[in-house]
Design a protein. Structure first.
Ligand SMILES: [Zn+2]
Length: 61
């Protein structure tokens, strides 16, 4: 059974692309192509649908 991720590891799933890289790949600026945002606080780890209503992380609608 995999150990529980730390909040820091959880949020690291948001990726580390720079705004330039995101733009170059036509990804959504908000979720960086994930389609969801990873957020954690005090051990409560959740995913939030991208508020930009992008198409699974792709820029443009
Ligand atoms: Zn998005």
């Amino acid at each position: 059974m995999p150990r529980k991720m730390t909040d820091q590891e959880w949020e690291a799933q948001n990726g580390s692309l720079s705004p330039e890289q995101v733009q170059a790949r036509s990804l959504c600026w908000c979720c960086r192509g994930n389609g969801v945002l990873y957020t954690a606080f005090g051990g409560v780890q959740r995913t939030v649908p991208c508020p930009e209503k992008c198409a699974n992380g792709r820029a443009g609608r």
